[in-house]
Design a protein around this ligand. Structure first.
Ligand code: UDP
Length: 193
């Protein structure tokens, strides 16, 4: 897969459509996909912190969420010409899940936020299978893993801030049956309105 590199951080030069098409193929062959949004703040933090850099670089897609990345790509002769934001990527994935009838699980944020986000997503994408949700302040991680697996969800969105959400994904992915993972920061708050 093509990558551009800025201060040692990988960035994927793909559009929303290309990423969705690729994820569709990966799901068919039972391969997992992870998505992390990259902005200049993460590039700077990642430059200093090897573990964070590894964490970012090990994702399937590092989406260019931030104009700074576009500018850097242009200056260095790269191919990135438009932003691929975390929240818009989530919207595209929700639309994809609705069309393909894949279950979606939301994990993170406060109880009233995640429940409202689930309700609003259901209204915005009629017929979408919200397989389940859980707030980001629970203590029993084992029960959560069981809940996600029992839900049958194919896509999991984790909204706990960065890098907490990416660390959680990396740690728990081996035991999850979910195939698509995106850390979405404060996006549930946006959906909750
Ligand atoms: N959050 C969570 N569990 C935690 C800490 C944060 O679910 O232990 C949620 C928080 O409720 C919010 C989201 O993570 O919905 C983003 O949090 P924050 O604004 O702190 O992250 P940032 O956007 O600054 O990375």
């Amino acid at each position: 897969m093509k990558k551009e590199s800025y201060f040692g951080i990988n960035v994927s030069p793909y559009t929303y459509e290309e990423i969705i098409a690729d994820i569709k193929k990966r799901i068919r062959s039972n391969k997992t996909s992870t998505i992390i949004a990259v902005n200049p703040e993460k590039v700077m933090k990642g430059e200093k912190n090897e573990d964070l850099r590894e964490l970012i670089n090990s994702a399937t897609y590092q989406i260019p969420d931030g104009v700074g990345i576009l500018l850097a790509s242009k200056l260095k002769g790269g191919q990135i010409r438009s932003r691929v934001t975390g929240v818009d990527m989530m919207e595209r994935l929700l639309q994809f899940a609705q069309e393909e009838k894949h279950g979606v699980f939301l994990y993170g944020a406060k109880e009233e936020v995640v429940s409202k986000a689930a309700e609003n997503i259901g209204k915005k994408y009629p017929g979408i299978d919200i397989a389940g949700y859980q707030n980001g302040y629970i203590k029993n991680n084992e029960a959560l893993i069981d809940q996600i697996n029992a839900s049958g969800a194919k896509l999991l969105f984790v909204a706990m801030g960065s890098p907490r959400q990416e660390l959680w994904i990396r740690e728990n992915m081996p035991r999850l049956n979910t195939l698509v993972y995106q850390g979405v920061g404060g996006s549930f708050d946006v959906f909750a309105g």
